[in-house]
Design a protein around this ligand. Structure first.
Ligand SMILES: Nc1ncnc2c1ncn2[C@@H]1O[C@H](COP(=O)(O)OP(=O)(O)O)[C@@H](O)[C@H]1O
Ligand SMILES: [Mg+2]
Ligand SMILES: [Zn+2]
Length: 367
């Protein structure tokens, strides 16, 4: 089986990470000055680069070329060519130990780590322990980890990763250098997907690419997996195919639906909704996308400066359309619309007739 796209395109350099500029800058500088820490905590939503960065740290610490060549070390990147870098990339290094805390939650597992962390690395300078989903550890396991975290042996580095920072005790978080991994903006996801599509000769229409990027909801891995899935199904991907396979409608349809609504065109909105429904799209997702969109209309209306905030989520054309609709929108009415759609959305999720709450909402507010 071919290597999954998201693994094939895992960044091999810090500078290949997208959307995490601050983290990249700090870690590169630390590497240049040979001042990487002994305990890190990477937190933030899934598919944003936490595990990737943990492995990059392991590579930086052990890269043979970095240790031999001061000029190279000044780049603050691993060489990706030496035995150590290659071993880490192929998951065959004995000195990089990845532990999934979700399935190894207890005190015994942590005792094992404490035991094994003492012995010297086998083939490299540092042993790197990557503890994923660290929030899943039990209370006693956290306690057992504290001391090791505070004073690991000189040859060891611990990198913890989690999607749920709030579940970690302060005793743990305060003992590590913390890095937030932000959700990735749609435009950045689109750029990386476009690069992959080109390299893999996947013929994908721009609107379909946009949809796949949006469907990831900030997770590059999710978008990459989706692209993989669709590409294995069909080599030429148009918007319709992407809509069918993701169960979402493209932003163009959301824009058009919102436009009927803002223009107070009840008949147009109902007809349009019926069409979308007949095409078999997921209406719950449509309602969610519509709420997000109307919220953007309202924001721009109230504060035109919000345009800058939306720039990472929307393309230039989309911003032009958004601003046009905001001009036509009325503040009070839009607030009321958003409230009603939120109510319709929660009703739809449990209703056997998802379309009805939406239709009622349109009838109550338009015309
Ligand atoms: N910031 C990023 N830049 C580039 N690719 C990324 C980024 N974040 C995630 N990816 C892609 O998603 C895949 C999974 O990322 P990973 O680091 O395992 O995410 P996390 O550990 O945060 O869930 C990577 O192999 C890569 O293809
Ligand atoms: Mg991960
Ligand atoms: Zn190397």
């Amino acid at each position: 089986m071919a290597l999954a796209l998201y693994r094939k395109y895992r960044p091999k350099l810090l500078s290949e990470l997208v959307g995490q500029e601050t983290n990249v800058e700090i870690l590169k500088n630390a590497a240049r000055q040979n001042r990487l820490g002994h305990a890190y905590l990477f937190y933030g939503s899934r598919g944003t680069g936490k595990t990737t960065t943990a492995r990059l740290i392991a590579k930086l610490l052990n890269c043979e070329k970095r240790h031999a060549d001061a000029k190279f070390a000044d780049l603050g990147e691993p060489c990706n060519e030496c035995g150590s870098c290659k071993g880490i990339d192929s998951n065959s290094s004995f000195d990089v130990i990845e532990i999934d805390a979700a399935s190894n939650r207890g005190i015994d597992e942590i005792r094992n780590i404490k035991e094994s962390i003492r012995s010297a690395p086998v083939g490299s300078k540092y042993k790197v322990y990557i503890i994923d989903e660290v929030h899943m550890l039990t209370g006693p396991a956290f306690n057992a980890l504290l001391k090791t975290l505070e004073e690991p042996p000189a040859h060891a580095v611990i990198v913890m990763a989690t999607t749920e920072y709030e579940k970690l005790p302060a005793t743990i978080t305060s003992r590590a250098q913390r890095f937030l991994f932000k959700k990735l903006p749609k435009t950045k996801i689109m750029e990386k997907l476009a690069g992959i599509a080109k390299a893999e000769k996947i013929d994908i229409e721009p609107a379909a690419l946009e949809l796949v990027a949006a469907a990831g909801e900030g997770s590059l891995r999710d978008s990459e997996s989706l692209l993989d899935q669709i590409a294995s199904f069909q080599s030429k991907i148009d918007l319709e195919t992407a809509e069918r396979l993701t169960g979402r409608v493209g932003l163009k349809k959301v824009e058009e639906f919102a436009s009927y609504i803002i223009k107070n065109d009840l008949k147009g909105a109902l007809d349009y909704l019926a069409t979308i429904n007949e095409e078999g799209h997921n209406l719950v997702q449509l309602a969610k996308d519509l709420i997000h969109y109307l919220r953007k209309v309202l924001s721009i209306k109230l504060n035109p400066g919000m345009e800058n905030v939306f720039q990472s989520e929307l393309t230039n054309d989309e911003i032009v359309k958004l601003k046009k609709l905001a001009m036509e929108a009325e503040v009070q009415k839009t607030v009321k619309l958003i409230k009603s759609f939120i109510r319709a959305y929660s009703e739809m999720r449990y209703s056997p007739f998802a379309i009805v709450p939406l239709e009622v909402c349109l009838a109550e507010n338009l015309g």
